[in-house]
Structure formats: structure tokens, C-alpha cells
Ligand binder design. Structure first.
Ligand code: MG
Length: 453
């Protein structure tokens, strides 16, 4: 068995990689590490949320059984966004939270993400402790029947989250016409209510989940339908979330994408204007478009750069007290209101700022100009990823590409933490030049590792 926890919790194909047995083991182990099972005189409480995948019910039951078996009580809060679990674990005074979701991935995948009682994703060493317990199942403690936990459904919790999100907006969102794509995922249960309550004129799309259609040609990873709808109906903007609604991307009135980098620029500029940009700094990752640095320089904002992954962005924000940070994918953290990326929080903040700017969405997002960027994917299993990491020829080719790009471009090559892919990202002022270099690098990686495009 390889390492269970990837960059964003446990993830795999439901019923094959992520089985009921594994979910049950995670529940048991997590209860012992996060919820202080065994402390005398108190029964720990855990909340469990899920997205709309068909495997959600099955894994929810298995995970809850794991928690119950070691004496923890469980509240099933049903289909909710991932950031709702992060928010509600603290709000409901629970000992831990779990979210069953594979985010932006197709329906056959699923995952389990854990949150501590403060609503934060777990530190590496805490995940390691849980993993060690899962592997050492022999030591499982059998509880007497009187100490077994109970599970109950709580359908009211989601309302608290909706109130939280609407409460972050000053005034309302009236006078704007929007399309909102819920990816047939978690936002299906919240986004319509949030935007209608705030007074926006909204057309809701992708809010008809059937267990199979999550992220299928909809949501923040497929903006085509949203873009068409905005143009067709001449709307002011379109908003899209991923399957578990921790990510948010927008399209402007012309249907053009406003990605996470541009959104972070918009938010940083907005917070600075209001005197609410702590440390005068925005946190981004090494994959962030180089245009962001030009934006930051022009606007007198400092940039702090971390490795790829929202956990590193958050860590940097917590270490220095910074207020805004995120990734190009639209995973954006507003520290003032949240402990993790929250798509709908970002979306209402974006729309609120857009309305008060009085500008068209395209003009509003023009605060940052992107450099052309290409992203190439190579399909690679674990062995091919290892061959990639150990290849001197690949390292030499990347170093050579860096030299050729000089200061007007860059290349980042890395294995994906969540998918069987090696990703090659290039950026530079000349699209033709970066495409040529990208193809060369991909050929070298494939011939060195036996992977294929
Ligand atoms: Mg997600």
C-alpha cells in the first residue's frame, strides 16, 4: 500500500481504490487522532458532508460506521460544499469534520478530506498518525456496546453556511444579471439560494445532480456552456464552481475566462483599496501566471510565492498573517472569513466588488494581463513518475529550456499529486516559442520514462 493521503486527502476510484473498508478504517483512525476518543466523560462529535457522486452514500455510511465503532457520534450534514464542512465544524463545535468528494474529478472517483476542530485541513504529521493507525489495525480496541457512537442526519446545518456566506457581503447584489454553473455538484444545494437571497438576478445551470453528471461538461473545469449562456442572454458575468465548490472561476460579459490568478489580483487590489490587505501581500504559487507579478508591481503589492497546493498557500498565510492567496484553478482563500478555499465566498466577493466598481467584468478583470501559458499533460503511473524524478536527461532538458526562455518565460514540470499525470507548464510572451519547447520536453519525458501523451 502506497501513501494514502495525497496533496488533498485520500482519493481514488470509488469501490476499487477507495473502498468501504478503507473509509471505515479512516473513520476509526481519524476519531482516535482528531476527536480524542477515549478521553473520559465525553463523547466526541464528528460532522460528515458529501458531494453528489453516486458513491457518496456508500462511503458516508462506511465512514460513519468507523467513527461510531470507536465511540464517536456522527452528524451527517448531507450534500454541502467542502468549505461548508470547514466552516461548520467550528460553528457546530464538533471535534472533527470529513468531506466525501473528489472535487473536480469525474463521478467514478471519490475522496475523503478531513478537517480538525478549527476547520483546517490536517498537517502532514497528523495525517501520518492517522495513516499509521490505519496500517496497524491489529491494535483495534473493541468497545463495549454502551460506548458505541450514534449517527443522525442534520439537514439544518447547510442553512448556517448559507447565512455565513451571505453575511460576508456589505449591502446586496441587486442590479446584476448572472449565470451560475454549479457543476452538478455541491453548489447545487446552496448557490441559487445564496445569490437569490442577495438580490442578484441569476440563471442557475448544472444544478440537476444525478450521481453521474458531476463535473461532466459543466462547472469550473468546462466553462464552454456558461460562456455561451452569458453571451446568448447578454448577462453581466458568469460564475462557475467545481464539484465540491471550493473553487470558483468567472467569465466576463464576452464569455472570456477570468481565472484564479486574475481573481486573486482583483481581490488583492480591492482589499488594498479598503486598507484590508495585511502585510500588503498576496500569496500565490509557483504556477501563477507571470502577469501577476507585473500587476503586483504596478499596484505596489508584495507577492509571496509557495509550492503548488492550497495547503502551502494557507501555511504561508497563517505564518505571516496574510489575508488573500490562492491558485490559478480558482482555489482562493480569504483569511478574514474562511479557513480554506471557498468558491461561493469568492464568488459573492467578486460580484460585490464588480458592482461597486461600476465597470464591465472585462474591464474590472483587466487589472492583470496574462502571459500566454500552455499546460501539457503526460499520462504516467507511479513507476513512470518515479522514473521521471530520477532522470538526469529530463533534468538537463528542463535546465536547457529554462536557459532558452530566459527572463521572458518559464517552465514548470511536475508530477500531479492527485492524478496519474506529469504536468508540463510553460509561460512566456511568445506563444509559438513556448509551444515548441513544450513539445520537445514532452517527447524527452515520454522516451525517458515510457509514459505517453
Ligand atoms: Mg474542489
Amino acid at each position: 500500500m502506497g501513501k494514502l493521503f495525497g496533496t488533498d486527502g485520500v482519493r481514488g476510484v470509488a469501490n476499487i481504490d477507495l473502498t468501504c473498508r478503507l473509509a471505515w478504517s479512516i473513520g476509526k483512525a481519524a476519531a482516535q487522532v482528531l476527536a480524542a476518543v477515549g478521553e473520559s466523560g465525553r463523547k466526541p462529535r464528528v460532522i460528515i458532508g458529501k458531494d453528489t457522486r453516486i458513491s457518496g452514500d456508500m462511503l458516508e455510511n462506511a465512514l460513519a460506521a468507523g467513527f461510531n465503532s470507536v465511540g464517536a457520534d456522527v452528524e451527517l450534514i448531507g450534500v454541502v460544499p467542502t468549505p461548508a464542512v470547514a466552516y461548520l465544524v467550528k460553528e457546530m463545535d464538533a471535534d472533527a469534520g470529513a468531506m466525501i468528494s473528489a472535487s473536480h474529478n469525474p463521478y467514478e472517483y471519490n475522496g475523503i478530506k478531513l478537517f480538525n476542530r478549527e476547520g483546517y485541513k490536517l498537517a502532514d504529521e497528523v495525517e501520518e498518525k492517522i495513516e499509521a493507525l490505519i496500517r496497524g489495525e491489529a491494535e483495534e480496541a473493541a468497545l463495549s456496546a454502551d460506548r458505541i457512537g450514534r449517527t443522525r442526519r442534520n439537514r439544518d446545518a447547510v442553512e448556517k453556511y448559507i447565512e455565513h456566506i451571505t453575511g460576508t457581503v456589505d449591502g446586496d447584489l441587486s442590479g446584476i444579471r448572472l449565470a451560475v454553473d454549479c457543476a452538478n455538484g455541491s453548489a447545487s444545494v446552496t448557490a441559487g439560494e445564496i445569490f437569490r437571497r442577495l438580490g442578484a438576478d441569476v440563471i442557475i445551470m448544472g444544478a440537476d445532480p444525478d450521481g453521474f453528471n458531476i463535473n461532466d461538461k459543466c462547472g469550473s473545469t468546462h466553462l464552454g456552456a456558461l460562456s455561451d449562456k452569458v453571451k446568448e442572454l447578454k448577462l453581466d458575468a458568469g460564475l462557475a464552481f467545481d464539484g465540491d465548490a471550493d473553487r470558483f472561476l468567472a467569465v466576463d460579459e464576452n464569455g472570456e475566462t477570468i481565472d484564479g490568478d486574475k481573481l486573486i489580483a482583483v481581490f488583492a487590489a480591492e482589499l488594498k483599496k479598503k486598507g484590508r490587505l495585511p502585510g500588503n501581500t498576496a500569496v500565490v504559487t509557483s504556477m501563477t501566471n507571470m502577469g501577476f507579478y507585473d500587476f503586483a508591481e504596478k499596484n505596489g503589492i508584495r507577492v509571496s510565492v509557495t509550492g503548488v497546493g492550497d495547503r502551502y498557500v494557507l501555511e504561508e498565510m497563517l505564518n505571516h498573517g496574510y489575508g488573500i492567496g490562492g491558485e490559478q484553478s480558482g482555489h482562493i482563500i480569504f483569511r478574514e472569513y474562511a479557513t480554506t478555499g471557498d468558491g461561493q465566498l469568492s464568488a459573492v466577493q467578486f460580484v460585490s466588488a464588480l458592482i461597486s466598481s461600476g465597470k464591465k467584468a472585462s474591464e474590472f478583470a483587466a487589472v492583470m494581463e496574462k502571459y500566454p501559458q500552455i499546460m501539457l499533460n503526460i499520462r504516467a503511473d507511479a513507476g513512470q513518475k518515479a522514473a521521471f524524478a530520477g532522470s538526469a536527461a529530463v533534468a538537463a532538458a528542463v535546465a536547457d529550456a529554462e536557459k532558452r526562455l530566459g527572463s521572458s518565460g518559464r517552465i514548470v514540470v511536475r508530477p500531479s499529486g492527485t492524478e496519474p499525470l506529469i504536468r508540463v507548464m510553460l509561460e512566456g510572451r511568445d506563444r509559438g516559442f513556448i509551444s515548441e519547447i513544450g513539445e520537445e520536453i514532452c517527447d524527452i519525458i515520454c522516451s525517458e520514462t515510457g509514459a505517453s501523451r
